[in-house]
Design a binder for this molecule. Structure first.
Ligand SMILES: Cc1cc2nc3c(=O)[nH]c(=O)nc-3n(C[C@H](O)[C@H](O)[C@H](O)COP(=O)(O)OP(=O)(O)OC[C@H]3O[C@@H](n4cnc5c(N)ncnc54)[C@H](O)[C@@H]3O)c2cc1C
Ligand code: SF4
Ligand code: SF4
Length: 938
């Protein structure tokens, strides 16, 4: 079967037809588009990112020409499918990159019209000020698109009350080669035969379809012949597209039904002695009509506990031993009525067998935190060590809630018989459980288990009156559809397919096929699952495509380069996919193109958000360094890299010679700018701090003064950030310490970033030795720049080094407060509480970094507000490099400008961030320690 066509001729044809968006064959992008959250991998030939519906029409019209008759076309949204829904050969339409506008909000009638690529949370952000929301709440709300939700008929928490996506859609517009077809306008002539054929098929198969589909809240959808032909008459063709996973063609516009935001909210969390007790609670609790009942089993509880996540739970929810948790949420407009239901529910819970812990949350922030704890716990399922990991293939079965305990018993027996580990969570109010058995998909035996377990669980759902695909869509698991729905109904689905897609071009091989085979759960190519043990690119293989790194939110640190571009290849997921593809090709001795991979890696700011916020801590900068090491062992390094490496290596000498070099710096700066192709390099070289506050490495052997605090800094701050050293010395002095700035030893950050492994190890080894000496003095050690501290904390251990502990300033001071130290008090309160903006590396590695500063400020009688922000766009040299200017400025505008140019004073912990604020807003920001010093001195 021919899916692929010579990509160049198709690209040319699309351009000639006036296609406005990008058309790309970039290897890195194709690798990024070859996976989702499933275990499958299909590399597309071409990616096109349409600008609007007309662009999609242009693409379809080109594909109608005989030269491209066999080219497959698949729309892609957020790519968060768990079953290979958006993976295919041929042409992928990236709907998320540009077609992501909220087109209209009708706050009077309660509906909105959107382009399909708008992200769910972004839509709800736009609706919130109007008092409305779009109800289906997926766990992937930060990155899944409305088009993807409509096409998989997504749902989630609260679906018993609010329904699935298909219950909240009012109509659609689809793109066809002849033009756009909207359900809100009369059908044009060209659409009449197509709709007539679809209607005839739907009417003919409707009864068989109804017979096959059980009557459940999480009803079966996709080619919904029942609702397309309502009892009331007429033909609602667009309903066939809901849940059809793009197999009937691309959707270009969606009208969604909105719901009023309910102001009252409560959350009850109950602990049970066993998962079975927790499951059995669902049916009685339904009597109190909660919005959602969610469960989490002891396996998830244990891994969340080991990771320290459960420490954030209230004491009453942490009894000894294993606990299965039930989360029960109530929403309403009438506080008294809702509280009455909550009270009854609490009483009911106390009487249920196995109930061992109970907590009620009324405060919105606490409710959010409790849900966040649950999601974080569930997210850890993807982080399991070892070659076998939980995977999605039987993970959203639905049975009537009353059959759930018996179904789970049968299910667990299957897993036990196959010797599989697993974790369970899910929506028990609608009988939907997420169970991901752990498999090593590289192993033939485990692939056989995937098929055996899948077949058995499919049979079990039928035995218990349920559905195999309750929430996450079908994708490759649509292979079971013909058997499930029966030959009569399936024949009708085929006739619908024939009406809209006679050439079987749209997402071919999925759900319904005509002459082509259906993709199979074991015949679709699996993605490589594990690297060789100890391989530097191991994490690239462990990326499971859950797409948590694809956030659009300005205030979220991960991932700046994706947020600035909306382009998957510039995300942690995209880079992990591209690195993995490169590695696999290279190990197999196939051509492993590097140019596109280099370009995708070059836009990584090295902010390290992915090293801490990604569930598998994918750490792109570390893997990039490994790739560079390999690449530059075969190729010459660019001159600019060599200059930076030399500057880092020679930086101790430069610090010593600074008095001589300083007058020449303006000229050297211009030359360096040219040689490094960089702009806005620091204007001044730093002056040394007073001798009384300096200590040489050799002098660390001597006794240190009382209250000494050793301050450490890296080469770039030592050479150029005069203010931070002064601020730290003044701040610590004002707080009663004796700060001493230790002679600088470069940490090897530039060398590490560039994959100059030997240089990094040499510098890191020397610094680690110096730190050991410092630690031996017994004085606490503080690092002045968060990026430097995080390098010691994250990269040194990965390199096998165990440096002595260096704290962030706020970590040290907060620990001092906790141990009872008292600080002087301010006599004058600042007019406006300053905002503290943390460096993004620090924020992601230490989420309470800002809160710790607030504690320190409070201890001297000052108010301070930690602010949520993303990356400032500077990230060391990145923001200085000419080729990154557009992205750097965009990120600043997105995440920092409003803070910096607002009324409140802003304090910034990172040198890069302070430089960025100064060059784009002309404001010299202080370090928090400088502000403390000034305020304490009045
Ligand atoms: C960790 C995790 C948790 C999840 N939790 C939930 C959950 O709580 N509830 C839930 O329902 N699902 C959940 N999912 C599954 C997934 O998030 C949903 O199916 C989501 O709706 C997919 O949206 P998307 O934008 O990522 O679509 P994609 O994965 O990009 O695409 C899904 C399907 O829609 C088609 N499609 C996309 N856009 C269009 C278009 N414009 N026109 C035609 N077809 C189109 C694609 O071809 C594909 O077949 C979860 C997934 C993960 C990884
Ligand atoms: S990089 Fe991390 S967050 Fe992104 S898709 Fe991979 S595992 Fe998920
Ligand atoms: S280091 Fe930052 S910019 Fe680079 S991939 Fe990770 S999150 Fe994105």
């Amino acid at each position: 079967m021919l899916y692929s066509q010579p990509s160049q001729s198709l690209t040319d044809a699309l351009r000639s037809a006036g296609f406005q968006g990008e058309i790309e064959t970039d290897h890195a992008l194709r690798a990024a588009m070859s996976t989702d959250n499933s275990v499958y991998q299909i590399t597309p030939d071409l990616i096109a990112a349409p600008r609007d519906g007309q662009d999609v029409v242009r693409a379809l019209a080109v594909l109608e020409t005989p030269a491209f008759a066999d080219v497959a076309l698949t729309a892609r949204g957020g790519g968060t499918g768990t079953n290979g829904q958006s993976l295919n050969r041929g042409l992928i339409l990236d709907m998320r990159r540009h077609m992501n506008r909220v087109l209209e909000i009708n706050a009077t009638e309660g509906w909105a019209e959107v382009e399909p690529g708008v992200v769910l949370d972004a839509l709800n952000d736009a609706l919130r000020p109007h008092g409305w929301f779009f109800a289906p709440e997926t766990s992937t709300a930060t990155r899944c698109t409305i088009g993807g939700m409509v096409s998989t008929d997504a749902s989630g928490k609260g679906s018993r009350i609010y329904g699935k996506t298909s219950d909240n859609v009012l109509g659609l517009e689809i793109a066809r080669p002849q033009g756009l077809l909207s359900s809100f306008a009369p059908a044009p002539d060209w659409a009449t035969p197509m709709l007539a054929a679809a209607e005839a098929a739907a009417r003919q198969g409707r009864a068989a379809f109804i017979d096959a589909a059980p009557r459940l809240n999480r009803r079966f959808t996709g080619y919904d012949l029942e609702r397309a032909c309502p009892e009331t008459g007429g033909f609602e063709w667009w309903r066939l597209f809901l849940g059809a996973e793009g197999t009937l063609g691309p959707i270009s516009r969606i009208r969604v039904k909105l719901r009023r935001i309910e102001p009252e909210k409560r959350l009850i969390v109950a602990g049970f002695a066993s998962f079975r007790d927790a499951l059995a609670a669902a049916t009685p609790l339904l009597a109190d009509n909660p919005t959602a009942i969610e469960v989490m089993d002891e396996w998830v509880q244990r891994i969340a506990q080991d990771a320290g996540i459960l420490d954030r739970l209230p004491e009453s929810l942490r009894p000894e031993g294993p606990v299965a948790y039930v989360f029960i949420e109530f929403n309403g407009h009438d506080a008294a009525e809702m509280q009455a239901r909550v009270t009854t529910c609490l009483e009911r819970l106390r009487s249920l067998p196995g109930q061992i812990a109970l907590h009620q949350a009324r405060d919105l922030a606490e409710i959010r935190e409790l849900w966040a704890i649950r999601s974080a716990g569930v997210g850890l399922l993807g982080k399991v060590d070892g070659p076998a990991r939980p995977i999605a293939f039987v993970e959203d079965c639905v049975v009537p809630p009353e059959n759930l305990p018996a179904f789970v018993d049968d299910f667990l027996r299957v897993l036990k018989d196959n010797g599989l580990g697993f974790g369970i969570y899910g929506h028990v109010d609608v009988g939907c459980l997420h169970i991901r058995p752990a498999l090593n998909i590289d192993e033939t035996t485990d692939r056989a288990k995937l098929v055996a377990v899948s077949d058995t669980v499919f049979a079990l759902t039928r035995k218990h009156g349920g559905i195999f695909w309750g929430e996450h869509g079908k994708g490759v698991r649509g292979a079971y559809l013909p058997e499930w729905i029966g030959p009569r109904a399936y024949a009708a689905l085929q006739s619908v397919k024939r009406a809209f897609d006679p050439a079987e071009r749209f997402n071919p091989g999925k759900l319904v096929t005509l002459d082509r085979p259906l993709m199979g759960i074991a015949t679709t190519p699996f993605r490589p699952f594990n690297a060789k043990p100890g391989d530097a690119l191991e994490k690239a293989f462990r990326c499971n495509g859950n797409a948590q790194c694809l956030s659009y939110q300005a205030a979220v640190p991960m991932c700046p380069s994706f947020k600035a571009t909306g382009d998957l290849r510039h995300s942690p997921k995209g880079r992990a996919d591209a690195l993995r593809a490169w590695k696999v090709a290279r190990d197999a001795g196939r051509p492993a193109p590097e140019r596109d991979l280099m370009a995708a890696l070059d836009t990584c700011l090295g902010c390290k958000a992915c090293a801490s916020s990604c569930p598998v801590q994918v750490d792109i900068p570390w893997m990039r360094a490994a790739f560079y090491a390999d690449h530059y062992s075969r190729n010459a390094r660019p001159l600019s890299d060599r200059l930076v490496l030399a500057a880092e290596r020679l930086s101790p000498l430069a610090v010593t010679l600074a008095p001589l070099l300083r007058p020449a710096w303006p000229l050297a700066r211009r030359l360096a700018g040219r040689a490094l192709k960089s702009v806005d390099l620091p204007v001044h070289m730093a002056h040394p701090v007073a001798a009384a506050h300096r200590v040489r490495l050799a002098d660390l052997d001597r006794p240190q003064p009382r209250n000494a605090v050793l301050l450490w800094q890296d080469w770039f701050t030592a050479l150029f950030d005069a203010e931070v050293a002064q601020d730290a010395i003044m701040g610590f002095s004002a707080l009663g310490y004796h700060p001493l700035l230790v002679a600088m030893r470069p940490a090897g950050k530039a060398a590490q970033n560039m994959g100059a492994e030997a240089a990094f190890r040499r510098m890191a080894g020397q610094l680690a030795e110096a730190l050991q000496k410092g630690a031996a003095t017994g004085a606490p050690m503080v690092g002045l720049d968060p990026a430097f501290v995080m390098l010691l904390r994250q990269d040194y251990p990965t390199a096998g080094l165990t440096p002595a502990r260096v704290m962030l300033a706020q970590e040290f001071l907060a620990a001092e407060i906790a141990s009872g130290r008292r600080f002087p008090q301010v006599s004058v309160q600042a007019k406006t509480a300053p905002r503290i903006l943390s460096h993004c590396t620090e924020q992601t590695a230490l989420p309470n970094a800002g809160a710790l500063w607030a504690q320190v400020f409070a201890a001297i009688g000052l108010k301070a507000a930690p602010a949520a922000s993303g990356c400032c766009g500077m990230a060391g040299l990145f923001g200085h490099q000419e080729r990154h200017q557009t992205m750097s400025r965009k990120l600043y505008d997105m995440s920092w400008r409003d803070h910096v140019e607002g009324k409140a004073p802003v304090l910034a912990t990172g040198f890069s961030c302070r430089c960025q604020a100064e060059r784009f807003s002309g404001k010299a920001l202080r370090h928090p320690l400088g502000f403390i010093a000034d305020t304490l001195r009045g």
